[in-house]
Design a protein around this ligand. Structure first.
Ligand code: SAH
Length: 243
């Protein structure tokens, strides 16, 4: 299942960090690296620090936006040292995150997303995540170097996989799970019906964030999401057309 887990680095500044992250991944059996708009990618330092993991760099996918990197994923976990005010489900323990990620990886790709060295992940980027995880650390200085954060979480994933926790998978390949694109389209539909029905008058980010967190916790299957879409479509047919 490790093959279904990808590491996504957002706008990495130091090319050495990309190499070190690739090495951290390979030591823990991960090989899918996606780089979102890195500052530089062809720097020799990347290859030096990748050492025996240069194949991961050579096969890395480079994309323009975080949404491109995770649209097909069934779970997107943002790694963040500082908690934002967004109400997303949060793993305080990396081991709990790893057990869930290995389980979810049976149904489709899972992404672990890491932010910029200076500013981490933006609020907008965290909105593309279904969950957040923090590595517990010194309260006075708990921010790890980017590639070291990758190492710690990759280690947890490898341990969860090694212990065979995948056998306790909640979901298996017979239960298709929606990817981010399908969930985003559901949330758009939900917002539209909330607006047309008069529940909200204009797009309301906080309400939407709460509903996104609710569905991230519930982890609806494709079948359940289709039922909800059917309900929304039925309500929509009873409403006056858009004004
Ligand atoms: N100055 C940034 C931190 C950047 S460190 C900030 O305050 O947000 C670069 C990345 O490493 C972070 O975006 C995060 O993905 C990861 N990281 C560093 N320390 C972490 C921690 N304690 N828990 C989870 N992720 C961490």
């Amino acid at each position: 299942m490790l093959s279904n887990i990808r590491i996504v680095l957002v706008q990495t500044y130091h090319p050495g960090n990309i190499g070190s992250a690739a090495r951290a991944m390979k030591t823990m059996g991960l090989d899918k690296l996606v780089l979102v708009n890195p500052r530089t990618f062809t720097d020799p330092e990347t290859m030096q620090l990748a050492a025996g993991a240069q194949d991961i760099i050579a096969n890395a996918r480079i994309v323009d936006t975080l949404s491109d990197a995770v649209a097909d994923c069934v779970q997107v976990i943002g790694a963040s040292a500082r908690l934002r005010s967004l109400p997303l489900p949060h793993y305080d323990e990396p081991s709990a995150m790893a057990a869930d990620a290995i389980s979810q990886a049976h149904s489709g790709p899972v992404a672990l997303v890491f932010g910029r060295e200076r500013s981490g992940l933006s609020k907008e980027e965290i909105r593309h995540c279904s969950h957040q995880v923090s590595i517990p650390a010194n309260p006075d200085y708990g921010i790890l170097n980017l590639s070291q954060a990758v190492q710690v979480l990759a280690y947890e994933l490898y341990q969860a996989w090694r212990r065979g926790q995948q056998h306790h998978a909640k979901h298996n390949s017979d239960t298709p799970m929606p990817n981010r694109e399908q969930l985003d389209s559901f949330h758009q539909h939900l917002s539209e019906v909330m607006r047309l029905s008069g529940f909200i008058i204009q797009p309301h980010m906080q309400t939407q964030a709460h509903l996104q967190a609710l569905f991230a916790r519930a982890q609806p299957t494709c079948k359940e999401l289709n039922i909800l879409r059917g309900v929304l479509a039925a309500i929509q047919r009873q409403l006056p057309t858009d004004s």
